[in-house]
Design a binder for this molecule. Sequence first.
Ligand SMILES: [Cu+2]
Length: 642
Amino acid sequence: MATVVATSTSTAHPLDPLRAGEITRAWEILRAERRVGPRARAVSIALHEPPKEVVLGHRTGDTVTRAAFVVVMDREAGRTHEAVVSLSEGRVVSWEHVPGVQPAIILDEFFECEAAVRADPRWQEAMRKRGVTDFSLAMVDSWSAGHFPHEGEEGRRLVRALTWIRRNPRDNGYARPVANLITVVDLNEMKVLRVEDHGVVPLPPEDANYSPEVAGSRADLRPIEIRQPQGPSFEVDGHEVRWQKWRMRIGFTPREGLVLHTVTYQDQGRERPILYRASVVDMVVPYGDPRPTYFHRNAFDVGEYGIGTLANALVNGCDCLGEIRYLDAVVNNGAGEATTLPNAICLHEEDAGILWKHFDWRTGYSEVRRSRRLVASFIATVGNYEYGFYWNFYQDGTIQLEVKMTGVISNGAVVPGERPRWGALVAPGVYGPIHQHFFNVRLDMMVDGSQNSVYEVDTVADPPGPENPHHNAFHTEATLLGTEARAQRLIDPLVGRFWKIVNPSRINRVGEPVGYKLMPGENVLPFAGPEAQVTRRAGFMTRHLWVTRYDPRERYAAGDYPNQHPGGAGLPSYAKDDAPLENTDVVVWYTFGAHHVVRPEDWPVMPVAGIGFMLKPVGFFDRNPGLDVPPPIGHHECSHHQ
Ligand SMILES: [Cu+2]
C-alpha cells in the first residue's frame, strides 16, 4: 500500500478547480486509506467547495485549504461512496456509502459498452438479420436506462444501448439508425443482459455526410476578421476574469462544466456582488414516441453523463472568433487519473450591436455607443448532440445565458411509406422523434449581499371605473414569493411576467430595494404526463421557477444521482420543508425548455437552435450604467454636435 505524506497545499483561491496533481493525489489518498480496489471507478473527482464564509472572507495571500469531493463506484459490490479528501492534510475526511443510487455514466463505460455489445452473439445475430456483417462499422451509444424496473434487473447498473451502422469509417455515424433494436447492458459486469429485437426495418438508403467534399462549398464568401490590435479589454489572472466593471471567477466541474463564481460589478468605487455561483445543474430531453426503442430516451445530460467531462477542445476561428483567451479544464477518468481538456473554455469579446443612442433632431446633436459583451463559453458533445453554453456579460449590467443546440438529431429508421405520428421524416427512411430539451440553471443569488427576497411581477389592467375612465390604465403588481411552496411558478408572457430578486435592506435613491430581474425567454412545459417516469425523475421541469433557501447540500435540480433514479429527488424534495424565503440566502432555479419539432432542415447536422434567459438590473444602479462607455476610438462622429 502506498504511503501518502501529508503536505500543505498552496493555491491562489479557494474556488480554483482541482489541478491535475490534486486529482491524482486525492485518488491516491483514497486508495491508500480506504482500500479502494483496482476495479473501483472514480466517477468524479472535483473541488470540494469551501463554505461561503471561507470564500467570501478570503483575501489574496491567505492560506487556502484544499479538499476534493470524490464519487467512487465499486463495480464488484455495486456500491457508491462519497468521500471528502483533504489535500491539505493528506487524509480522508469523510467516507459515506450512498445506498441505492447509480452515479453518472462515465466515458470509459461508453467505450467498454460498445465493445461488449459488438462481441455479443445475440446482437451479432440481429445485425446479420439486417445484412450487417462488418461489426466494426457499428456505433453503439449507451443511453441511460431510466427507471423501468424489469424482472431480475433491480439494483443493476444498466444502459439501453442503441445501434447505428456506418457505411465506411468516415461517415456520419448517425445516418443509418438500426430501428427496433435495444441492447440492455449491465455496466458493472460489462455484459449484455438481453437483446430486444422488435423487427427488421431496412437501414436508410442514403449517407448523410456534411464534409465540404460532399456538401459543396459556396464560392462567394469573403473573409471577415476580428482585430483587436491592443489585445482584448479583459484580464485573466488564474481563474479570475476582469472585464469592464465585471469581475468573476470561472470554475469548471466534471458534472456541470463551466461554473461562474462570485460575480460582482464595480459601481462608483464599490464592488457589488450579484451572483455567488451560477451553472446549468441539470437537463433532460424527453422524447415523445411511446414505442420500444424510443420511450426510454430521456437523457439527463448533466446528471447522467457529466457534461463537463465531454467538453470539446475549442479552436480559434472556428468555435470562437477574435482575440481569444482559453482556459483548460482538468477532469478525472475512471481510473482516477487527471485528463486535461485543452482550450475547454473560451473567453472573448464580441461587438453586440448598439448599446444606446439618441439623436436630437432639432439641434443635430447625436450620441451613439456600441455595445460589447464578454462571452465565457464551452461546448460539450453528448453522443449525437452538441450543447454550447454561453454566458454573456454586457456593459449595461445585463447577464445572459444562451444555450446553443447543434449536432445530429437522435433518430430512427422507418419502413418506406410510413408517416410517423410522433415526429417527422427528415430524409428517406430517417425519422426524428418530437422531443424537448429542459435545462435548469441554478442561480445562487447575492444581490448586494446574501440576504435577498424574490417577487413575481405581473402587469395588470385596471378595471374601468372612476380612476380609469378611459380604460387605458395598467400597472405592475409584485407578489412576494415568501416560502418554497409559493415559489414554484410558471412563465406567463401575456402578463409580461418576470421575477425580481431584491435586497430589502439596500434601498436605491428612488426608494426601492436594489434588484435584478430574471427575464424568461422562449419556454414551454413538458408534454409527458404527471405519471410518466421522466416527469417523476425530472420534477424540476414541471415548474419554470423554483426558489429555495440556500443549503449547501442542495446542488442539482434532479438530485445528486438522477441515473436510474425512481423519482422525487432534487427540487421537489428540496422544497418539501416549505422554508420561508423572505430576506434570506435564496437560490433561484430557472427551468427553460426548448421544444424541438424536428425539421428536414435539421438533417444531416442541425443548424444552431438557441434558448436562454437574462438577468437584468432593476433599480440596482441609479441610472444607465453604460453611460460612461466611450465612443469607439477613431469614430468621433458617434459623439457629435453639429
Ligand atoms: Cu432537439
